[in-house]
Write a protein that binds this ligand. Structure first.
Ligand code: AMP
Ligand code: MG
Length: 332
């Protein structure tokens, strides 16, 4: 069985093709970016409309397949920006109708987790999902992917992007902050906000804005300090979830998980508690169609040709999803 998945929740339009045995046949994408300022939903939608057909052709060519060879279609149903989600939904429905293929709608966050499990060999991890809009500490428990900790305001990526905007840098800001941080080793104290396993970035952002305006600190030192603080909070929440759930694995996912310093901090924490640390390659950490195609394979039993039942789910939560494709394990 071969599955083609479409990702379009936010900045990226991605197309992936994978077999039921997990053989990767294609994973292509094109991402909306800006020189200055953040992500504008209508502009991101226009970007997706422009690249979608071409990317599907490129993916099929890369896999050396024609559409007749595809057995299953899947798309990101949510969570995400409604104008962007609609582009993926409409394209998936159009293709399913034209080629008479079954369709599955999947949850974007859970797809990040499941592709990580597939590619790293993690089995029962705590999943630190550090992305633009989403920041959650997730673990499978009692038949569901439960959220043990999460941001109470911005996702860590949106926080880094907003901080970058304050420094006059464009979207995505995370990699630019990472570069600046590498040029400093000087920590400037910032608020450290963690409540149980939940985190919050709003106060840190306000504090950073005040420090920028004061003119007393270099952007390198502030970038270094923003990363050290935010990532230490994420690692602390993850460690607490691992202790609470008695899990011995940590899996990273989401665009911010590309960050080498975050990976290093997670690796150190895991080593100290004798746990395993897993991070899949960067092209599946950021938004991609491959994870959507794989999630389609996992959920293929609920695939349908009744296209009328498909819609977007912009606010769907990880713990709202019925996990039908895994066997139930006892609660932790
Ligand atoms: P996602 O929504 O999962 O595709 O992740 C996008 C987010 O990841 C954006 O907020 C980016 O700024 C952030 N990001 C990407 N690469 C890095 C990096 N190396 N360090 C920190 N943040 C990053
Ligand atoms: Mg994502």
């Amino acid at each position: 069985m071969i599955s083609l998945g479409i990702e379009s929740t936010a900045h990226t339009f991605g197309v992936g093709i994978i077999t039921a045995k997990g053989k990767i046949l294609a994973n292509v994408r094109d991402s909306y970016a800006t020189v200055s300022g953040g992500i504008h939903p209508t502009e991101a939608k226009d970007h997706h409309l422009k690249v979608k057909d071409q990317l599907i052709d490129i993916a099929l060519k890369a896999a050396n397949l024609s559409f007749q060879d595809i057995d299953l279609l899947s798309f990101s149903q949510g969570p995400g920006l409604p104008p962007c989600l609609v582009v993926g939904l409409e394209k998936a429905k159009e293709l399913a109708k034209k080629y008479d293929k079954p369709l599955v709608g999947v949850n974007h966050c859970i797809s990040h987790l499941e592709i990580g499990n597939l590619l790293t060999g993690a089995r029962e991890p705590v999943f630190l999902y550090a992305s633009g809009a989403n920041t959650q500490v997730i673990a499978y428990d009692g038949g569901k992917y439960r959220v043990f900790g999460e941001t109470l305001d911005n996702g860590v990526g949106n926080f880094l992007d907003a901080f970058a905007r304050e420094l006059g840098l464009g979207f995505p800001g995370g990699p630019k902050i990472a570069q600046l941080a590498e040029q400093s080793g000087m920590y400037v104290e910032l608020p450290y906000v963690i409540k149980g396993m939940d985190v919050s970035f709003g106060g840190i952002l306000t504090n950073l804005k005040q420090k920028i305006q004061s003119g007393k600190f270099s952007k390198e030192d502030l970038s270094y300090s923003a990363q050290e603080t935010a990532f230490a909070m994420l690692v602390e929440a993850s460690e607490r979830a691992m202790a609470h759930c008695e899990k011995k694995e940590l899996l990273l996912g989401g665009g911010v998980a590309c960050n080498k310093r975050l990976q290093e901090m997670c690796r150190i924490m895991c080593k100290e508690r004798n746990a395993k640390f897993f991070a899949p390659p960067p092209d599946v950490l950021t938004d991609n169609g491959l994870m959507i195609a794989w999630q389609g394979i996992l959920q293929r039993k609920v695939a349908s040709k009744k296209l009328i039942r498909f819609d977007i789910r912009p606010r769907e939560r990880t713990d709202d999803v019925g996990v039908t494709w895994r066997s139930i394990k006892k609660p932790c």
